[in-house]
Write a protein that binds this ligand. Structure first.
Ligand code: FAD
Length: 435
């Protein structure tokens, strides 16, 4: 006998309470399973696929090569394997996404033994934080206060002496690129290194040219590290940087909380009046946005960073998202889909709810009339022009701030595809029509 540990978004051995439960239930004998589910794999896009495969390789290495990979529908694969080894139970961290919940319910229905959920990919499970009246929070700041007050369990260590049960495993797909730095060990090392510079996080986090954010979003997405582990480290530090960082981790949890309570928010506006908003069909302007050819340097640098590296700085994500919605008047869902296909850290909850925040149709949003001016944003957050020059070779010869106003110079870089001032007025006109 033994128990099954079904790994999903928690590709690590350390601080993994579900694994400890599997170990106890299986009396030290555990089969570690990952199901390559075509429903998730096929639409993922190669940046995420590459990272996942590299992370699975790392996980299997840490298990002496014993991770069992099976391709197929989890509702078939999981019960089959559990029966094959006569498992006493199947263990996993709870999934709170719309697809994950449906999938887990389907598995539970047909499984011949208990399906045990322990923990989640969050410090505080989505759905837990409620107002005194017992209702969910719509606004981040009070949620954050309640989240801090609620607290979380301490981190747990890596179990010793697991007897991993070996079984036939499907080969991992061949991916084009080797994802550097994937896996639990790389994530922890990267995080430990980052702690040395976290004091500057608060002051520098909005500066894409400095590149001083943590790049922990992909490790968090795949569960190569648990936020609890990070919060325990942050609790030992006393700096404005560590405080600010904790707040960002709470944003991640707020997004998951919102999506749990509003599964339709993945692709539909949370504010109903936005159903009536007039948008343009994504045509040439959308293609220019995807390719980083809009003629606005901060927008194009972000979109090219995304295409080339699978990552984009948070401030720039806000700027390009605002540009798509408020300058090109294209529905945010098209941008959100492009992001999910190209981001390594692409995550339904964080992605959709942030898009809604920028588009003005989310839970807690900036006022709609405050439209980002892409040039001003560039000048303010990339004051030396270093970020836009890094990603746009056509601007290499423009020095300092002038890289943000290429229309004043002779370059090969495209002219702006829209006039921002006009586009802004049009955006306000459309908003007034639904208000
Ligand atoms: P850091 O600044 O070092 O932040 C630390 C961690 O806090 C991040 O790794 C992340 O887990 C969390 N975090 C920070 N900001 C946010 C935020 N606004 N919302 C939720 N969590 C946050 N993040 C994703 O992980 N996946 C996405 O698909 C995603 N899509 C986004 C789409 C848009 C339009 C916008 C504006 C933001 C999106 N974000 C997304 C949030 C944020 O941009 C990234 O988490 C961040 O840029 C990752 O870089 P980092 O790890 O260096 O961040």
């Amino acid at each position: 006998a033994g128990a099954v540990m079904w790994f999903r978004r928690d590709l690590r051995l350390a601080d993994n309470p579900a694994l400890l439960d599997a170990l106890a239930a299986g009396d030290g004998h555990v089969l570690g399973l990952f199901v390559l589910d075509p429903a998730l794999w096929d639409p993922a896009g190669s940046p995420r696929q590459n990272h996942l495969v590299a992370s699975l390789r790392a996980l299997s290495d840490s298990m002496g090569g014993k991770l069992v990979i099976r391709r197929g529908d989890p509702a078939q694969v999981v019960p089959e394997l559990a029966e094959e080894i006569g498992a006493v139970s199947v263990h996993m961290a709870a999934d709170y996404g719309p697809y994950g919940q449906r999938r887990d319910a389907a598995v539970e229905k047909v499984l011949g033994c208990p399906l045990v959920r322990t923990g989640s990919p969050y410090a505080v499970a989505p759905g837990r934080i409620l107002t005194q009246q017992g209702s969910p929070y719509q606004v981040f700041t009070p949620y954050f206060r309640a989240w801090l007050e609620h607290g979380w369990r301490g981190a747990v260590g890596t179990p010793a002496d697991v007897e991993w049960i070996g079984k036939r495993s499907d080969a991992l797909p061949q991916t084009g690129v080797a994802a550097e730095g994937a896996g639990e060990k790389a994530a922890r090392e990267h995080w430990q290194d980052y702690l040395d510079q976290i004091a500057a996080y608060d002051a520098e986090r909005n500066r894409p040219d400095l590149d001083s954010t943590s790049r922990m979003s992909a490790p968090l997405k795949y569960g190569e590290i648990h936020p609890r582990t990070m919060l325990a480290d942050l609790a030992r530090l006393r700096s404005a940087g560590a405080e600010a960082y904790r707040r960002e981790l709470a944003w991640r949890e707020f997004c998951a909380d919102l999506l749990l309570r509003n599964p339709e928010a993945a692709w539909k506006p949370l504010r109903a009046e936005f159903e009536k908003m007039e948008y343009d069909e994504p045509g040439e302007a959308f293609d220019a946005w995807c390719k980083g050819m809009t003629g606005y340097p901060i927008v194009d640098a972000g979109m090219r960073q995304l295409a080339r590296s699978g990552f984009m700085h948070n401030r720039v994500r806000m700027v390009v998202a605002s540009f798509l919605v408020k300058d090109l008047h294209i529905h945010w869902k098209h941008g959100a889909r492009w992001f999910l296909r190209n981001l390594i850290d692409g995550d339904l909850a964080s992605n959709s709810l942030n898009w809604q925040w920028v588009a003005g149709c989310g839970a807690d949003v900036a006022p709609y009339f405050r439209v980002f001016n892409p040039t001003t944003q560039g000048l303010k957050f990339d004051p030396t022009g270093a970020y836009v020059r890094r990603w746009i070779p056509e601007l290499a010869d423009l020095s300092g701030k002038s890289a943000h106003e290429p229309w004043n110079h002779d370059t090969d870089y495209p002219d702006p595809i829209v006039d921002h001032a006009e586009a802004r007025l049009e955006s306000l006109r459309r908003y007034n029509a639904i208000k």
